[in-house]
Structures are given as C-alpha cells and as structure tokens.
Design a protein around this ligand. Structure first.
Ligand code: HEC
Length: 464
C-alpha cells in the first residue's frame, strides 16, 4: 500500500477547500461552455435581423469569455488538481489510473477549445461568416466534449454501476448517473451563460437601450431549457444509491437544506426567466443580472455540495472509503494497525507528551483528517466534547454505527485507544505529562467492539 504525504489546511476542513475551489471551477466551466452555445446561437439565429448588433455583441462578449474562462478557469482547474492530490491522493490515483485515456481525450478536447477560442478572439473580426461559424462550432463542440468526458468520471464516483464487478472502463464511464448529470450540467451551462451575458450587455458602452433590450431578450432563450431541469434532477436522484438518497431526504439536515437551496434558487431563476423575460419581455439591468448570477452560483454550489456530500463514506462507491482505503486495506489495518508503516513524521511531534499520543495523532491523520479537523470545521473536539472516555472508546471503535457518513474504524484496538487518549488529552487542556493507557481489560473491550462492528462492506451486491 503506497503512502502519500497529506496536507492539512486547519482550521478549515479539507473537504471545504476542495469544495470551494471545485464550485468556483464548475461555475466558470459552465460559463465557458454555455457562452459558446450562446454565441453560436447569436451568430446563426440572430443575424437575420440585425447583423451589426449581433456581431458587436458576439465579438465584445468573446473578450469576457476568453478573459474569464481561459485565465480563471485554467488557474482554478490546475488548483483543483494541486489541492485534490494533497487531500485524497489515493482517490485521485484511482481516478487517473482507471480512466487514463478518458482524461487524455478530455484534455485533447480542452486543448481544441482553447485553440478554437483563441483563434476566434484574434481573427474573427477579419473572417467571413463561414469562417466565424466554423470556429464557433469547433469551440462549442470541444468545450461541451470536455464536459462529456469529465462528467463520466465524476458521476462514476457516486454511481459506479457495474464497474466494481466488471472493472470495465466503459461500464464505469457510462454509469447510471452519466446521462442525467450530463443533461443537467448542459442546461446549467446554458443558463449560466445567459445570465452572464445579461451582465455583459449592460457593461457594453456603445449599445443603445433598445439594442440592449433586444439582446437581453434573445439571451433569455437560453434559459428556457431550465424547464427540463426537474426531469433531469429527478432522474439523477433515481439513479442514486438508496442510502445517499435517504440522507438528502432528511437523514442529514445540512444536505437537505443545501438541496432545498439549490432547487429553490433554480426555480426562482427559471420562474423569472419564463414569466419575466420570455413572456413579458422585461429588461434586466446590470444589478438584477448580477443578482440572478449570484443566485445561480448559489444553486450550483448547493448542488455540488450535495453531490459531494451524499457520496460519504466513500470517495468511490463500491471501491474506496473516504479515507482512501479499500475494504481489503481496511481489514488489513484492523489486523496490523493503521499507521505501522506510515513513513511521514508528525509536524508537531514534540508537542505530545508520549508515544501513544503521537500514534493517536497519526491515526487521526490517516483515518479522520479527510473529513474532520480537531477544533475547526466539523471539529472532533466539539463533536465529542460531552463524551466520557468510555463513550469515546465505543463510538470510535464502532465508527460506522456512530454516524453512517463515516467509514469503519480501520485500525486495531491500540489505535482506537491512542486516538481516545489523544482526544481526552486535548480535552484536558494538553497538559505536559500524560499517562500511557495500556490496560489489558480495556484493550479486550475495544477489540470486542471492533469485532462487533465489523468492517462496513464496500461492495453491496451490485450487478454480476
Ligand atoms: C467520510 C468522512 C468522515 C470520516 C473519515 C470520519 N468522520 Fe466523523 N463524522 C463525519 C460526519 C459527516 C459527521 C457528522 C457531523 C455532524 O453531525 O454534524 C461525523 C461525526 C463524528 C462525531 C460526532 C458523532 C455524533 O454522534 O455526534 C465524532 C466524534 C466523529 N465523527 C469522530 C470521527 C473520528 C474519530 C474519525 C476517525 C477515526 C472520523 N470521525 C472519521 C464524517 C467523517
């Protein structure tokens, strides 16, 4: 089993770092993909009426697109990789090795999108209609194609379908969540771009009010597909594993709230689009457009949070727990201990009064730090603050029963006790001396609890 150095970002939870960066990146990517669609739509359908106006807009908007998506999108995309490999190197390793060719294909598409986009940016003004359209079609196909390929890998994490049994790349790629999430993301992309376009239209200095109204109303056409969102949402929901679905439906209040936030914001935007923009042909000024964009950002954030959240306690269902271990590795750690081979030193080793507490710190780093901090977000100090030492022993040993979002405790009885002592020492105010706990009776009780809890089966009888 390979060991990787793992970064910590306390007091912020690691998941929040990835989540925040991920949400910004997803939003920018949606903007980039949807903007391509919008511009192609304007270029092909709008020109019948007012050639000059549409061309001014398409060329003007493309500058924003290049600036925002090629610069910020690229920076956050690379940032995702940099943080993700520090937080969950094994998961990223699995994603890369299972889908090597898919990644390579996706990157080829990104590359084409950037070349086509940049070419359009530099020379579109000098090209004839056919040349402009060809570049835009290339840009749209390539950027949406990038989504197509990445979407399969992301949806595989939650709904791997037959993959755990067959280990076939295509089974993993065209998994049950693939089509609904592709549909959902495509509609979100179009809607994001339409709203962003309304801001851009308000920022373009040379346009008259009448021109602005024409463009805003035309942009709103890309909000119309939002009417299909509930269908894709419900379809996606139906493909989710039973337990994940139950968390959204009340098992985890935070997730239920986030889903409600996402659904509610989308419904508000959709309602405004249909009644205000499409039927009554209202004009949106810059401030309103910005507000709607922020609402859409909230919807994206809520949806991504839920998608990440419901996957617990796995990073890849049927294959890997959230702490980066497979079932086999977790069972091995039960027999041999969680951190016996951990080659990495503790950064604050000298702060602990004895070796047992240092072991506890390594166990925490290995088994808990992917989802918890000690005293910051989702801090164990707070969560367990009212628990007696005996309660800690039982609840850590039976971790998957304490809360179903958590994987089983992947270590032996001495690991549990080391962690219990560490949390008790922290609660006592980190005194400079602390006794070692090695009572044989206590160890036997912890062993019994570990055995009773067993190791959560990772593979729940999927097909074949
Ligand atoms: C997959 C992510 C994940 C991992 C790994 C994980 N936890 Fe948790 N844990 C959670 C979540 C989510 C909660 C629920 C927090 C809440 O209810 O607000 C939780 C709750 C808890 C609680 C409070 C339980 C209660 O009933 O109130 C404690 C204590 C705890 N975890 C300790 C640990 C320890 C110790 C480890 C490592 C051995 C660990 N957790 C590993 C996600 C995780």
């Amino acid at each position: 089993m390979p060991w990787f150095p793992i970064g910590e970002f306390g007091p912020v939870m690691k998941g929040l770092i990835i989540g925040l960066l991920g949400i910004i990146h997803v939003y920018l990517a949606q903007f980039a993909i949807g903007s391509g669609m919008l511009l192609l739509y304007f270029e092909t359908r709008g020109r019948d009426r007012d050639d000059r106006l549409y061309r001014t807009f398409v060329d003007g908007f493309f500058k924003y697109l290049v600036l925002v998506s090629f610069v910020l999108g690229a920076v956050t995309g690379v940032g995702m990789w940099l943080t993700a490999i520090q937080v969950s190197p094994r998961t990223i390793g699995a994603m890369v090795s299972e889908f090597q060719w898919i990644w390579a294909t996706a990157w080829t598409f990104f590359c084409l999108a950037i070349v086509a986009g940049y070419a359009f940016y530099r020379v579109a003004a000098r090209l004839d209609d056919r040349g402009r359209r060809t570049l835009l079609v290339m840009y749209v196909a390539a950027s949406w194609g990038g989504l197509f390929w990445i979407n399969g890998i992301l949806s595989w994490q939650l709904t791997p379908g037959d993959w755990p049994a067959t280990r076939s790349m295509w089974d993993g790629f065209f998994n049950p969540g693939f089509w609904p999430s592709l549909g959902f993301r495509t509609i979100s992309a179009a809607a994001t771009a339409a709203l962003a376009a309304c801001i851009a239209i308000n920022l373009m200095p040379t346009l008259s009010t009448e021109d602005r109204r024409t463009l805003v109303n035309r942009s709103a056409h890309l909000l119309a597909p939002m009417a299909l969102m509930p269908i894709f949402g419900i379809w996606y929901f139906a493909t989710m594993p039973e337990d994940s679905r139950s968390w959204v439906l009340g098992g985890s209040p935070a997730m239920t709230l986030f889903l409600a936030l996402a659904g509610g914001s989308s419904a508000l935007i959709g309602g405004y689009a249909v009644f205000g923009l499409l039927r009554r042909k209202l004009y949106i000024n810059g401030a309103t457009a910005t507000l709607l964009c922020l609402l859409a950002f909230g919807a994206t954030a809520g949806a991504e949070f839920v998608r990440e959240g419901v996957r617990k306690p796995y990073t890849v269902r049927g294959f890997m727990y959230s702490n980066g271990l497979t079932q086999e590795q977790a069972e091995q750690a039960r027999r041999e201990g969680a951190v016996k081979d951990d080659p990495y030193p503790l950064r604050d080793a000298k702060d602990y009064p004895n070796a047992q507490l240092r072991r506890g710190a390594k166990v925490y780093r290995r088994l808990c730090a992917s989802c918890h901090t000690w005293d910051g977000a989702n801090g164990i100090d707070h969560l367990a603050s009212g628990w007696s030492v005996e309660q800690r022993r039982i609840n850590f040993a039976k971790l998957q029963m304490t809360k179903p979002f958590m994987p089983s405790f992947a270590g032996d009885a001495a690991d549990v006790e080391a962690l219990v002592q560490l949390s008790a020492w922290r609660r006592a105010g980190r005194p400079t001396t602390w006794g070692v706990s090695e009572d044989a009776g206590v160890m036997a009780e912890i062993s019994a609890d570990l055995n009773e809890a067993g190791v959560l089966p990772i593979f729940r009888g999927a097909a074949k």
